[in-house]
Design a protein around this ligand. Sequence first.
Ligand code: NAD
Ligand code: UGA
Length: 482
Amino acid sequence: MTTPLTVRTICCIGAGYVGGPTMAVIADRCPGIQVTVVDLNAARIAAWNGADTAALPVYEPGLAELVERCRGRNLHFSTEVDQAIAAADMVFLSVNTPTKTRGIGAGEASDLRWIEASARQVAAQAQGHTIVVEKSTLPVRTAETVKAILGAYQEHNGATATGPAKTKTFAVLSNPEFLAEGTAIEDLKNPDRVLIGGDETAAIEALAEVYGHWVAPERILRTNLWSSELSKLTANAFLAQRISSINSIAALCEATGADVREVGRAIGSDSRIGKRFLAAGPGFGGSCFQKDILNLVYLCRHYRLEEVARYWQQVVELNNWQQQRIARLVVRRLFGTVSGKRIAVLGFAFKADTNDTRAAPAIRICHDLLEEGAHLAIHDPKVSSDQISADLGTPDSPGGDGLGHGLNGEGSWESSASVLAAVRGADAVVVLTEWGAFAQLDWTAIAALMRRPAWLFDARAITDAAAARSAGLQVWRVGEGD
Ligand code: NAD
Ligand code: UGA
């Protein structure tokens, strides 16, 4: 029989988009557990500890309220990584696992250097029995590596004449996170499922008990380690595949006069297909879909499953094509040249209700338009000018009105504080993120500020196209045939 374990202290390594919100919800739902989120990035920790909760490093609806409620009570943010590990019964590894940019597997495999570094730190600093939980998304069989690192530090020393018995032992679990940004707090409070992979019952049940504070028992799934690691990659691959599927059909709709929203409604009413994740758009972005599919592709190749690898790779290729297609289409409709033209870009985040721009479709689309010499006036309600500058790799250059920047062929951009500021003097508006406010725009006011003939390119199909048309704009909407 296994001895039950109760978790009283949690350390989470990585105070990012997953670590911060996940630990805030755990702290809120489990007042008896002390939760410390640690990170090497001192500025990030300072922002988590800042008095102004409107300026937390992560913007998520509902997060600031949770942090206000729990911070200092049983939720702590710190750079004292060693100390927090030593005090913890359970350590979550929630560090970044981006695609490798160099060396073996560059462009496909996940870069596991941060996972390995944090596992080594846990190995060195942990005391007593510690449950180590893989929260990051990892290639299947990573737990083997984590176990090997931790195993090298395990100690079972009985009491000696010079000191008491000393033990240092570890259990490793996989507990991937399925939250989506923008709805992270809701997803964490009401998850479709919590997945726990492992082979040590006491550790599995200890983690299940943590989630059991607010998640119904039938939603807590237990699997072996490898199924859990692989389920995370598979879930993201299936979700991304739906988006590439609907985007491929959107292009066909545009060519044939069909409407992708009507097609989506028709097919989504089939309960076997389902309604969600059928919104055509500028291609999926975000830090994970592309990274996780490429990782899956790499794993398939590793196991010599070339056909399987090619199957999943096509999901990413279609996504790249969709982004390029939109930039090209804008240029084509603006008489084949955007050089010197002012284009208002509405939305830069990879989706609404987040300040995250990682792999945002806006980055590639803006890049392509800059290459063509456009002057972009970019407005996003939550993304800072500095972030846009970092993503585009060039500083801003305010004041472009299509004339001031001339026809020298050099692209440039500026950040606009409002939609009206962005559209002033613009030849086109390109909507790239589905922020709710963009559905309510006053097209008469906007059209009055634009240079004629003016265009609306709605890559999210969320604006009031009829109102834009009656205000005199020409309109292109993703997935809508002429
Ligand atoms: P992130 O980059 O926002 O945060 C990771 C943090 O870990 C960074 O702040 C970094 O400084 C810190 N870190 C790295 N190594 C460290 C170390 N040795 N010690 C202390 N801190 C360290 O990443 P994220 O978006 O939170 O993603 C984390 C993981 O969760 C990834 O594997 C990702 O695939 C997965 N995931 C992300 C999402 C999402 O919506 N972003 C959802 C589910 C799963
Ligand atoms: C996605 C998954 O939905 C989460 O379950 C997963 O935990 C997470 O990845 C992760 O592993 O990081 P996220 O990327 O935050 O979450 O957001 P999504 O809502 O999935 O959107 C991803 C991208 O697809 C966005 O660019 C979004 O605009 C796009 N999308 C989504 C569409 O173009 N159409 C849709 O119908 C849905």
